[in-house]
Design a protein around this ligand. Structure first.
Ligand code: ZN
Length: 271
């Protein structure tokens, strides 16, 4: 049991849904490269939190046009992946955006009823001075960001500053590092506190070997962020990285036909 104890909430179900894939070498995944540099692909996920009368989608992936433009392999639109878990995007009330990079915030228009939960610092970063530098701006899609600005003017962005509970046993935590306003999601489950790290840790290896991912706003914050994730989660096995293909190997599918597509994260890993 973590220092935060047990909340007055029923355990949530938590799912990862894979929607895309990118073949690459390890050197692309670590600041300073990798001396062996073998294949080390990334998978792309959206996540679903369900329970206590709540339905929360975490991140929205990208669409076919973005996949083509950025040469990523789109396997299914995230909306179609969520439908396999009986989620209708058109009615989802809450979407947490861990940050506004292109692979986390496409498809907003497919969630017409949603409020988008975002850190103040992420909106400031994505609309501010650093975007003029390719090393910070290249992972943002300007139309995605403008879409969020429009949503803010319509009152559809719920801004958060730091750590905030958005439901019983469900909270957002500013981490920073990868981007200025990156946030992680902490969820109460039947195996304890699970933390959806998103890109606070792209891969288990970034965190376990203390080797930062090369797209980074602040290296010190990123490294401090791994410690914060460990404080928030009941164990390192309760931290879910944002892009690691091992997630679908380690966690069982919600139904046999969803093997390789989706995983249950609120149950113990199978390996
Ligand atoms: Zn990402």
């Amino acid at each position: 049991m973590s220092a935060f104890g047990r909340p007055a909430a029923e355990p949530y179900e938590v799912f990862a849904v894979k929607y895309a894939h990118h073949e690459r070498n390890a050197s692309a995944n670590f600041l300073g490269g990798d001396p062996h540099d073998g294949p080390m692909p990334l998978d792309f996920y959206v996540w679903l939190v369900r329970g206590n009368g709540r339905l929360v989608v975490v991140d929205l992936g990208f669409n076919a046009a973005t996949a083509k433009a950025r040469q990523r392999e789109l396997i299914r639109n995230p909306v179609d992946g969520l439908r396999l878990l009986e989620v209708d995007a058109a009615t989802v009330p809450d979407v947490v955006l861990t940050h506004l990079h292109y692979d986390h915030v496409g498809n907003c228009e497919l969630f017409p009823k949603a409020n988008f939960h975002l850190q103040d610092k992420e909106m400031a970063y994505a609309t501010g001075r650093h975007m003029a530098q390719a090393c910070f701006g290249q992972a943002y899609g300007v139309e995605d960001v403008v879409g969020l600005v429009r949503a803010a003017y319509k009152g559809r962005v719920a801004f958060h500053d730091g750590d905030e509970e958005i439901g019983p046993g469900l909270s957002l935590h500013h981490i920073g590092g990868h981007t200025m306003g990156l946030q992680a999601v902490r969820v109460w489950t039947k195996r304890g506190w699970v933390v959806l790290a998103s890109d606070a840790a792209h891969l288990y290896a970034n965190m376990e070997e203390q080797r930062p991912f090369p797209i980074v706003y602040h290296v010190g914050e990123m490294i401090e962020g791994w410690r914060r994730l460990q404080q928030l989660a009941d164990s390192p096995r309760h931290i879910i990285p944002g892009h690691d293909p091992l997630v679908l190997r380690r966690y069982p599918p919600p139904a046999p036909q969803l093997e390789g597509i989706a995983a249950r994260l609120d149950v113990e890993p199978r390996e």
